[in-house]
Design a binder for this molecule. Structure first.
Ligand code: OAD
Length: 236
């Protein structure tokens, strides 16, 4: 039995940080790497407040395209493995950078979506927040309360993360015994710093990725492999 398995058996408090890699096996494109979204699209034209203000139509078309792509997609064994892990663990927090809602769809309970959710929209005028699963969405979508322009409730480059979620995520990262970092390149802050904070606070850090990342340097164990294979093996 390796160290992770013995720690898992101890049912200590566990915090998990996930990134696009955990949804890759479901068919959701990642951002970086050879097939990543940022290879073909420029974030500054699509994922900033300035881009939205300059051309909301273009930005909404891009989100509508992603919503169409994500809507029929199902969680994969890695998402379900985390649901099972949560059920076996007294204190469990799942921090995700993903906006696809797949952890929720799989049945995870204590999920912090620190980069938002593609199925939520917020009015740019009155800030009214609502759920919207229309595919295709009306472009440009408007607020049912005040008629203002809606934006996707996701965090764009240059924007701050939702304060409450980030604070709760920091607390979870620095108050756990075991921390998993799964399917993230570890290049985007402050998300990546949560792994470092966890390590500094004394967590045993286990990384799962198909390749080494900058976070491999701080991890106690890095398992190179697909998230579903590694998690299924660790939990068996
Ligand atoms: P990235 O696309 O940067 O990284 C995906 C990571 O997943 C890479 O390290 C891959 O090696 C790994 N990976 C791919 N397939 C995998 C698999 N089957 N199992 C395990 N690992 C796998 O995605 P993120 O790190 O999530 O931000 O990107 C962080 C943020 O950058 C995103 O949330 C998004 C993006 O710009 C915003 O939209 C605010």
């Amino acid at each position: 039995m390796n160290i992770t398995k013995s720690k898992l058996r101890a049912k200590q408090s566990i915090t998990v940080l996930t990134g696009a890699g955990i949804s890759a096996e479901s068919g959701v494109p990642t951002f970086r790497g050879s097939d990543g979204l940022w290879k073909n699209f420029r974030p500054e034209q699509l994922a900033t407040l300035e881009a939205f203000q300059a051309n909301p139509h273009l930005v909404w078309e891009w989100y509508d395209w992603r919503r169409k792509l994500i809507k029929p997609i199902k969680p994969n064994p890695a998402h379900y493995a985390l649901v099972e892990l949560e059920a076996q663990t007294e204190q469990f927090t799942l921090i995700t950078q993903n906006i696809d809602g797949l952890h929720d769809k799989a049945g995870s309970q204590n999920v912090l979506e620190i980069h938002g959710n593609i199925w939520k929209v917020q009015c740019t005028k009155c800030q009214y927040l609502s759920h919207n699963s229309e595919v295709p969405i009306q472009i440009l979508p408007t607020c049912e309360q005040c008629g203002g322009l809606l934006r996707p409730k996701v965090v764009w480059f240059g924007e701050v993360l939702p304060e409450k979620e980030l604070e709760t995520a920091k607390f979870a990262a620095t108050h756990c015994d075991l921390m998993f970092i799964i399917g993230t390149s570890g290049l985007v802050q402050p998300a990546a710093s949560l792994g470092v904070a966890g390590k500094q606070a004394g967590a045993y850090v286990v990384e799962i990725n198909i390749e080494q990342t900058p976070l491999s340097n701080i991890a106690d164990e890095t398992h190179i492999g697909k998230a579903s294979d590694v998690l299924t093996n660790l939990l068996s």
